[in-house]
Design a protein around this ligand. Structure first.
Ligand code: 3H9
Length: 689
């Protein structure tokens, strides 16, 4: 039974019972309709109280059903029946009431929420619009401005805010008890929201929502459509507007964008330790973080937030002072954004030690090394850690590029070492690459996955290679961009093309932000092992030689006058033209489509190699890495999901065409050839298969 109902005096108690979060699939819709019929037939009822079992009132329509044909009874019809029921329904919500769950509340005559309940219409984050009356009932209840803001952004409000704005009638510790105590006459006098006039017009609110969506959800279709529908509530009668809402919802459900957003939603939830991992995770009470730079401080703060005591190890007193300042500035920023209250801050400060002596963290269950990217430094650090820590402690390195197996080889017990590759800022970015070396034990890996869960991060397993999954793809992206630059494009043209594709910023602006010296150091490190026959573009090296390190030096690919916003720099165009002249390159024009196509192909080809080599376990894992660590547009579903929408055959044909230009750089990956031959997409491809 996914919906139960029973009588208690004059009240009918209806409970959604579809764990874990009461998604409103077919069985729930049928159950709710049955409850309506029961309420209609049962004599003497003066109210129906609907609540949810478990941790949520209802998480909304079951997104797993959105790929198939809609099966009746449809949610809008069920909610219409609830609203039209002669016995008034009361929503008694707790946990979350999202999407169809919030729409169920809106179909009731009275709404109560437990403190902390989150109520919202997040449909646009799944690439659809509310499809069960939300765009019409919410503006009638809270006014146009508040409704359009909630629906266009998809952001939920908490119970207190919902009360302030009139979305709920009461906030109560026990919403069901509160509902049972309500005055029956007062309840009977309440109107259905669908019977009310539309809200007052508010052009400014609609324009503001459109401007905000154009800025923050650029390229996405659903938010625009959602705003159109909310705007309709002013003038269009309820029934007609509801029909349009339904048609829009049905049409959007199967668009590429909605499929992509669903893919990421479910992939994120499926990201957990692989089934073959048969060891228990080490329980982590306290940890050492070696290195208190920006990355180390961010990692330390993330651990502290999760209730883990941390000792940050620095090399000397000055380093310790800097580490303290780094953590303090993260805490200041969090407090300023209202994310860190006084109590929590005091707890975190009490759980943090900063020291130059490993012995101060000697009882740690985990050590994460976030020291300078040098093999020599890492070896010294791990030798000290092995010396200082108990044998059960898991040792982790946050290296972005260095060979985990080489570090492990210096340890007495190399199986303790795992890679935990965080992304800056480490307390905010959701991706955690968990790197498995040749000797890494299952227990160390399981500990990494368990830590990711505690830190609320998205874990992705990676094998050992230069750059692991994400940075290896990034290196190819940058190489392809630099080649375009050399051959005729400008940095601004390339950035613009990738912003139009959906990135928040293009590769050159991104490099200016992170600093050109980091990638430079990597190229130097890789120089000896680089394929001498592979075309090398020296433009980025020249930029570094000229002191153009990015925003921090005021000049990089762009200029930043007065430390402000970016300005295109003609000197960079001159520098590039000069390098092209030295290299005897006949420069030519590239369209935005050329640029987008080449950059995507370069990344897809590298990602396919990463799959073929078993560095990544699945295409979905690569999607998670690119979306949660590298700014690939979520609404395109991640790199490999997007590749599958382009179709493997077309990708192979494109690569073959480019291969005539440069047979080394554009040689199609074996995985692409295999997928094309077998007529499968990347989603179905498994390494070794
Ligand atoms: C909608 O409502 C359309 C309507 O307007 C019109 C319809 C006609 N569907 O996140 P968790 C699963 S669109 C299917 O790990 P948490 C989830 O996959 C919907 N499944 O827990 C996971 O499964 P598994 C609008 C769903 O406590 C399990 O539940 N609603 C759905 O961290 C636990 O989820 C939304 O966009 C769903 N709607 O967070 C809300 N929701 O155990 C989307 C969850 O197999 N959901 N599952 O891995 C969320 O934001 C979070 O899941 C929630 C719980 C906050 C509810």
């Amino acid at each position: 039974m996914t919906v139960t109902f029973r009588r208690e005096g004059n009240a009918g108690l209806v409970e959604l019972a579809n764990p874990p979060v009461n998604a409103m699939g077919l069985a729930v819709r049928r159950g709710l309709l049955e409850a309506v019929r029961w309420a209609e037939a049962e004599a003497g009822l003066d109210r129906i109280v609907v609540s949810g079992q478990g941790r949520a009132f209802a998480a909304g329509g079951d997104a797993r059903e959105f790929d198939g044909e809609p099966v009746p009874p449809h949610l809008p019809d069920v909610l219409d029946a609830i609203e039209a029921c002669p016995v008034p329904w009361i929503a008694a919500a707790h946990g979350v009431a999202l999407g169809g769950g919030a729409e169920l509340m809106l179909a009731c005559r009275y709404r109560i929420a437990a403190p902390g309940t989150r109520i919202g219409l997040p449909e646009v984050t799944l690439g659809v619009v509310p499809g069960a009356g939300g765009t019409q009932r919410l503006p009638r209840l809270v006014g146009l401005a508040a409704a359009v803001d909630m629906i266009a952004t998809g952001k939920p409000v908490t119970a207190d805010d919902a009360y302030e704005m009139g979305l709920v009638d009461a906030v109560a510790d026990d919403p069901v008890a509160h509902a049972l105590a309500l005055d029956a006459a007062e309840l009977a006098a309440r109107s259905a929201l669908s019977s009310l006039d539309g809200p007052e017009p508010d052009e400014m609110a609609i324009d503001k929502a459109r401007a905000s969506v154009a800025r923050r959800m650029r390229g996405q279709v659903a938010p625009e459509k959602a705003i159109d529908l909310v705007a309709l509530s002013v003038s269009e009668p309820f029934a007609g507007a509801l029909r349009q809402e339904r048609e829009t919802f049905i049409a959007l459900r199967t668009t590429d964008q909605a499929r992509a957003l669903r893919h990421i939603f479910f992939a994120e939830r499926a990201a957990k330790a692989p089934d073959w991992l048969d060891a228990e995770a080490q329980r982590i009470e306290s940890a050492i973080v070696v290195g208190g730079g920006t990355m180390g401080a961010g990692i330390a703060y993330a651990l502290l937030l999760a209730g883990i005591a941390v000792t940050v190890i620095e090399t000397d007193a000055d380093g310790a002072e800097r580490a303290r300042a780094h953590v303090a500035s993260i805490m200041e920023a969090s407090a300023a954004r209202g994310l860190l209250g006084e109590d929590k801050r005091a707890r975190i400060e009490a759980a943090l030690t900063i020291s130059t002596d490993y012995a101060d963290g000697a009882s740690a269950d985990l050590a994460i090394e976030a020291a300078f990217e040098s093999m020599e430094v890492k070896k010294v650090v791990f030798s000290a850690l092995e010396e200082a820590l108990p044998t059960h402690a898991v040792l982790a390195t946050n290296t972005s590029y260095l060979d985990l197996d080489e570090i492990a080889a210096t340890l007495k017990s190399p199986s303790r070492l795992v890679g935990l590759h965080f992304f800056a800022p480490a307390h905010i970015m959701k991706l955690l690459e968990i790197v498995q070396g040749a000797a890494t034990s299952h227990a160390a890996l399981a500990t990494g996955f368990d830590l990711a869960r505690r830190l609320r991060k998205v874990p992705v397993l990676s094998g050992v290679c230069d750059g692991f999954i994400g940075n290896r793809i990034l290196a190819r992206y940058r190489e392809a961009a630099d080649t375009l630059l050399m051959d005729g494009a400008t940095p601004w043209q390339i950035d613009e093309a990738m912003v139009a594709f959906g990135y928040a910023m293009g590769p050159y602006e991104a490099q200016d932000l992170s600093g050109l010296d980091i990638a430079y150091a990597n190229r130097k490190r890789q120089a000896e092992t680089r394929d001498p026959n592979r075309r090398y573009i020296p433009i980025a090296d020249r930029m570094v030689h000229e002191g153009r390190l990015g925003k921090k030096t005021g000049v990089g690919w762009y200029r930043y006058p007065g430390g402000g916003g970016k300005v295109e720099d003609p000197l960079v165009e001159d520098l590039v033209a000069e390098e092209a002249h030295f290299a005897k390159v006949a420069r030519r024009d590239f369209t935005s489509e050329d640029i987008e196509r080449r950059l995507l192909l370069a990344m897809i080809n590298e990602a396919a190699d990463i799959l073929a080599e078993g560095i990544a376990q699945s295409a979905a894992d690569i999607d998670l890495v690119t979306v949660f660590g590298y700014g690939f547009p979520r609404w395109r579903g991640g790199l490999m999901h997007h590749a599958d929408t382009l179709a493997v055959d077309a990708i192979l044909a494109d690569l073959r065409a480019l291969e005539t230009e440069d047979p080394i750089v554009w040689r199609p990956s074996a995985a692409i050839v295999a997928c094309a031959e077998r007529g499968i997409g990347f989603a179905e491809y498994r390494p070794g298969s």
